[in-house]
Structures are given as C-alpha cells and as structure tokens.
Design a protein around this ligand. Structure first.
Ligand code: HPA
Length: 269
C-alpha cells in the first residue's frame, strides 16, 4: 500500500509546480468552488495511477490543483463512497497521497439528513465531532507508519478552524449550526426508527461519507475542518422521504453560502 501511495504522489509531483498545503474534498454543495480555482491543472482520476474511479451521479472525478485566492490548493472534485463498492482503504487512498505531497490541512464537505429537530433544510452545520457507524474502519489491517496503531479521536475537528468559521460566518451573515455527524454505510436513507436512534446516540446529522477520510487524516496528522449541508430532515415536522434529487436540489440552494464560507476560511488559514 505505501509503495502505491508513494508512486501516486511521485506521479502528481511530476505534474504540479508547487505542492499545496491545503486539500479540499468538494462534496455535495461545494462543487461550485472548483470554478473559483485559478491557474489550475486538472487531472482526471482515471489518469492517476492507483486512484479508484468515481461512479455516482453528480460526482465528477478529477483532481484540481491551483489557486483559491492567494492559496495553493489541491481539490478533489468527486469522492469515493463506501456504498459504491470501494474498500475503505480505497475511499481514503487520496488522503494518504495528500499527506505524502505535504498537505497539512483538510477541508471536507458533504450533504446530510438532519436529525436535530432544531435544524432546517438549507442549514449549514460545522462538524464538531463524528460517530463512525460505517461498520468498518479505514485503519483496519497492518498499520501504515504515517501515524500510531491506535490513534486518539478526542479532538478530530480543529477548534481554531471552527472558531474562525464562526467569525467569518458572522461577518458574512451566514447562519451556522454546530453538531455531530454520523456516517452510515448507505446507500439506503434512514428509516424513521433509525433516525430516532441516531438522535438518541447524539447525532445531529446523518450522511454516507466523510468519516473514513477524516479518520485517515487524523492518522496522518492533518488539521481538519468539516461542514455539512442539511439537505433533508429525518425528524420533526419537516421530515420527508429523502431522495438523491432532493439532496442535490437542497445542496444547490446552499452552495453559494457554503462556497463563500470555505473561500474565506481557506484564504485566512
Ligand atoms: N441520510 C443519509 N445520507 C444523506 C442524507 C440522509 O438523510 N441526506 C443527504 N445525505
């Protein structure tokens, strides 16, 4: 595995002038940020040795390396999901390549269903913690010596970045929620009973991504900032039957706010 990571990093180093310290996973709701990256080089996943290829509708698979404002960034347009059939090691492969390239901070976004009854569709939630309910762990197997065998998970999401997000959101007039993100394996959305259970467990939002990448990023020693667009509600009066189309529609609605916040966060980080 480590040889493959190094081989891929070597390939990418040959393609880019400068290795960025900031990586972004452009999940649902953040795709628009790709258009703001300038002086960019785009590399399709299928042209990158050892990279898996993204298949799900709405996810274009490429790496974008360039400038966001004054900052050099490397962005994933399209991510790999466990429910697509990839192993958790494949899902998280790019994170280890980023670490090998010298990335220090990971910004990650996603769409999720709200299980905090005080939330509304269209809210943005900063991840303050997570629950791994993927029924698997990407660090399973021999330890890759980027980090310890038993990494601590006490403070996964960087407190300083969260404070910065709060300050920027206030300046920009963006309402932010804070909460715990629970990751399921998917691809099913939740039953009402599951939503109720996840709420009792302490989750504020439920989704099918992010946690594997974040676990590997912690293992690699990266600073992490995560944000989620609440695209449907699983509890309360607004509870609906979620669908992929609804999720995409609601995410498109909050995209301008999410992009504005992330743009500023990255510029000031
Ligand atoms: N559940 C799981 N994943 C999701 C949801 C949801 O309600 N909404 C967007 N992604």
């Amino acid at each position: 595995m480590i040889r493959k990571i190094q081989q891929t990093a070597e390939f990418l180093r040959g393609k880019i002038k400068q290795c960025p310290e900031t990586a972004i996973i452009l999940g649902t709701g953040l795709g628009g940020l790709a258009q703001e990256i300038t002086d960019k080089k785009e590399i399709m996943y299928h042209d990158i040795p050892n990279f898996p290829v993204s298949t799900v509708e709405g996810h274009k698979g490429k790496l974008i390396i360039g400038k966001l404002g004054e900052k050099e960034v490397i962005a994933m347009q399209g991510r790999f999901h466990f429910y697509e059939g990839y192993s958790l090691q494949q899902v998280t492969f790019p994170i280890r390549v980023f670490r090998e390239l010298g990335v220090k901070t990971l910004f990650v976004s996603n769409a999720s269903g709200g299980c905090n009854p005080h939330f509304k569709v269209g809210d943005l939630m900063i991840l303050t913690d997570h629950i791994n309910f993927m029924c698997g762990n990407p660090l399973w197997g021999p330890n890759i010596p980027y980090g310890p065998r038993f990494p601590g998970m006490k403070e996964v999401y960087d407190k300083e970045l969260i404070r910065k997000a709060d300050t920027i959101a206030e300046e920009l007039g963006i309402k932010l929620q804070h909460g715990v993100y629970l990751a399921t394996q998917g691809p099913t959305f939740e039953t009402p009973a599951e939503y109720k259970m996840f709420r009792i467990w302490g989750a504020d939002a439920v989704g099918m991504s992010t946690v594997p990448e974040v676990i590997v990023a912690v293992h690699c020693g990266l600073k992490i900032f995560g944000i989620s667009a609440i695209t449907d509600m699983g509890v309360g009066e607004d509870a609906v039957e979620a669908s992929h189309e609804e999720v995409q529609k609601a995410a498109a609605m909050v995209e301008p706010q999410m992009c504005a916040l992330m743009r500023e966060m990255i510029n000031r980080s």
